[in-house]
Design a protein around this ligand. Sequence first.
Ligand SMILES: *[C@@H]1O[C@H](CO)[C@@H](O)[C@H](O)[C@H]1NC(C)=O
Ligand SMILES: *[C@@H]1O[C@H](CO)[C@@H](O)[C@H](O)[C@H]1NC(C)=O
Ligand SMILES: *[C@@H]1O[C@H](CO)[C@@H](O)[C@H](O)[C@H]1NC(C)=O
Ligand SMILES: *[C@@H]1O[C@H](CO)[C@@H](O)[C@H](O)[C@H]1NC(C)=O
Length: 375
Amino acid sequence: MKRIALSIFSFLLFLLQIQPTKSYKYNSIFSFGDSYTDTGNLNVYVLSKNLSISVNTDKYPYGQTFFHHPADRFSDGRLILDFLAEEFGLPFVEPYLAKKGCFRQGANFAVAGATALDPTVLKQISLAKPAIITSLNTSLNFQLKWFKELKPSLCHETKECRKYFDSSFFVVGEIGLNDYNNMFINGLNVKQVHHYVPKVVDTIANAIKGLIYEGAKTLLVPGNVPMGCLPTLLTSESDEQSFYDHRTGCIRRFNMLSRYHNYLLLNAIKELRVKYPHAKIIYADYYKPLINFVRFPKRYGFTSTPLRVCCGKGGKYNWNTSELCGMPNVSACHDPSTYIFWDGVHLTEAAYHYIFNSWLKGPYAQPPIQDARLQ
Ligand SMILES: *[C@@H]1O[C@H](CO)[C@@H](O)[C@H](O)[C@H]1NC(C)=O
Ligand SMILES: *[C@@H]1O[C@H](CO)[C@@H](O)[C@H](O)[C@H]1NC(C)=O
Ligand SMILES: *[C@@H]1O[C@H](CO)[C@@H](O)[C@H](O)[C@H]1NC(C)=O
Ligand SMILES: *[C@@H]1O[C@H](CO)[C@@H](O)[C@H](O)[C@H]1NC(C)=O
């Protein structure tokens, strides 16, 4: 009798072990970046500094699809970071600057508008007309500084910290888009901007090094989106046909810049993998899935005109800088899930969800997130 009980017990143990649970052993997520990842930092930052910048993500119809209220995210619903948290069984990653809670399960340092390069460096590059963005101290180095500031509240001794960060998941990016955009706004042409891409990528690589030094072991590093497909840049462009890629309708020279950024970033990651073999560094591609959406929209359920934004007003791309999503009388489309772009720069939840899955299971992450899972 005892023996039977014992073998039933072992059988149960066996069942427990082979159960196909999604057993990610991540205890926390720490994220860095810009508006593709921000879950509320910019709103807090702007309030705390009393800046005269209007951030529309606290207004309808932002957030309408998933949260059913504005959720300080640049989308109609969840961002890739939110899907990641859900997949890992963790709460949505709280914006660090809101200083709510203890952040044991993670903190989000990403701020909409953030650049990789420091504001002082950007000012040197485009002295003529410094954009407001260059006065915000939210660049990657500041985000790293905030992380170091938070760290003592997460763990103390080296051994304890190692154990804690061994099962933390780090997201570094997207970042860089605002650096380039800021340079364009300040009148630099694409050729001049190309010159600064290595500097931007170096800054990102240094941030990754810094995080590994602090204990990061698993890092996801998204590249740049195809900038030439962004409705904001498309709207500012002239009608010169030779500028456009006829397969996508996107502007070729801006997309070349994004590809150059991604090429250098992937090379930097390859070097870092050699230098830090104990770390898992995943490269995540925003470029290819977005190009596929634009080329073959119906395959992904994007039945609306690909480069037109869901929430906006007027113009060829339904985007106008003086009538932005979140402003009075600017409304969203009937069904955001049929659109790729939510506003002039950001994607719909549907598009983010598809990209997230392609990073989780492949093919657009190297290696896919699920293959980097902790044992
Ligand atoms: C915030 O800025 C506005 C003008 O931009 C000013 O009138 C107001 O007094 C400022 N508030 C604080 C608390 O500094
Ligand atoms: C950013 O930092 C610089 C130098 O420390 C400072 O002069 C500036 O006022 C800061 N900007 C903001 C918006 O806090
Ligand atoms: C953008 O909106 C402004 C203000 O409503 C309007 O004057 C302008 O003509 C619009 N531009 C385009 C391209 O629709
Ligand atoms: C919004 O539309 C209404 C009705 O067309 C109009 O009365 C109002 O002035 C508009 N508001 C703005 C801010 O354009």
